[in-house]
Design a protein around this ligand. Structure first.
Ligand SMILES: C[S@@+](CC[C@H](N)C(=O)[O-])C[C@H]1O[C@@H](n2cnc3c(N)ncnc32)[C@H](O)[C@@H]1O
Length: 351
């Protein structure tokens, strides 16, 4: 017991990080009942997860599911009703949650929530690095876009970018992200990775409005972070107007110059491949990028082969970056499933 108390913060750290990312119950690192029964553990759970002062507060339906499981584990571990107790604050929170109206499964899936992603632990970063995003975790495809939630490939690429090798690729650089969806990677770059600037793009205006709105949750007391949201439909010119007008340019035909482009989960449909590859060529030729880093979930071999063949035809060199996914159970942040392999590639132009 004493030994556990000394290390008590560890499992709660991971559980709290998963909870604010709305990780589903079967994948939560919940301590066993023998640990949850301890008053100090219950008090910490309340303060860090269920107190109304925490930010952002997860949706009630999610909080209820998690708290129900915690309470049932505690109840099962009660051996001496005189001695063993359930924390009053947790019980009060439970009473409030059960009295709330229950949204339907569809309403829950569509609900826009603030999700806080915590980066994997790494040495040299004393406090956890977090990114807060507004998204519908349950939405796969809605309003003609798949960009309403943050995908596994983005969390994988984010895990790479917070590593020493990943950060070295973007620190001090002018970055552009395409097909950014919720903007997770760009917000990570702007908030924590010391980029000179990041232009975050998607073709869906509603997603760009959402990213613009999310910036304020990621300021960490600063007045601004170097992020520039812009609508960009591949195959059309990216205009230096709106939020991009403030970017300082260093020549180039379009007036927009970048060092590196990022993309996650953009190779999911064979029909999209020619447009994506011609957009990458456009980025090299007209926007002066030197490299494109793309993370792909390898759902369909044919789609991916089509992409590799198109890269070959366009004289690109594709290297696989030596960054393997951490198995889900060992992840310490940016939690995601690894049941379908995810790879990260560096694309450059053959000289
Ligand atoms: C599967 S989502 C990935 C979103 C984000 N990168 C992630 O991994 O979480 C694909 C994104 O690409 C965007 N997209 C698809 N076709 C596009 C196009 N022709 N021009 C610009 N964006 C496009 C979609 O709107 C969507 O946000």
């Amino acid at each position: 017991m004493l030994i556990y108390e000394l290390h008590m913060a560890d499992p709660i750290d991971k559980l709290a990080a998963q909870y604010f990312q709305l990780v589903e119950l079967p994948n939560l690192a919940l301590p066993p009942g023998s640990v949850l029964i301890q008053p100090a553990v219950q008090a910490a759970l309340y303060e860090r997860m269920f107190n109304e002062n925490v930010f952002p507060i997860p949706p009630d339906s999610y909080r209820s599911r998690v708290l129900k499981e915690i309470l049932s584990r505690i109840e099962e571990s009660i051996t001496d009703p005189e001695e063993d107790e359930i924390n009053d604050d947790l019980m009060e929170c439970w009473s409030t949650l059960v009295s709330q109206p229950k949204p339907s499964a569809l309403q829950q899936a569509q609900q826009l929530s603030l999700v806080k992603y915590t980066a994997p632990l790494s040495s040299g970063t004393p406090s956890p690095r977090t990114v807060t995003i507004s998204e519908s975790r349950g939405l796969i495809l809605s309003g003609g876009t798949t960009g309403n939630r943050t995908w596994e490939a983005a969390l994988h690429l984010g895990s790479f970018l917070v590593s020493e090798a990943g950060e070295a690729l973007v620190r001090g650089k002018r970055v552009i992200e395409l097909g950014a969806g919720t903007g997770f990677l760009s917000l990570l770059c702007a908030r924590h990775l010391g980029v000179r600037s990041v232009v975050v793009t998607d073709r869906e205006p509603v997603l760009i409005d959402n990213i613009r709105d999310c910036v304020r949750h990621n300021l960490q007391g600063k007045e601004s972070i170097p992020i520039y949201p812009a609508i960009w439909d591949w195959g059309t010119p990216l205009e230096k107007s709106g939020d991009l007008a403030g970017l300082i340019s260093e020549g180039g035909e379009t007036g927009l110059t970048f060092d590196i482009a990022l993309g996650a989960d953009l190779i999911y449909d064979t029909d999209l491949v020619p447009l994506l590859v011609s957009t990458v060529r456009d980025l090299f030729e007209n926007y002066h990028i030197k490299e494109f880093i793309i993370a792909a979930t390898l759902r369909n071999e044919d789609t991916f082969r089509t992409f590799l063949v198109a890269c070959e035809t366009n004289s690109f060199t594709v290297e696989t970056l030596p960054f393997e996914s951490t198995p889900s159970e060992d992840q310490t942040g940016f939690f995601h499933s690894t049941s379908i392999p995810i790879r990260t590639y560096r694309i450059t132009r053959r000289q």
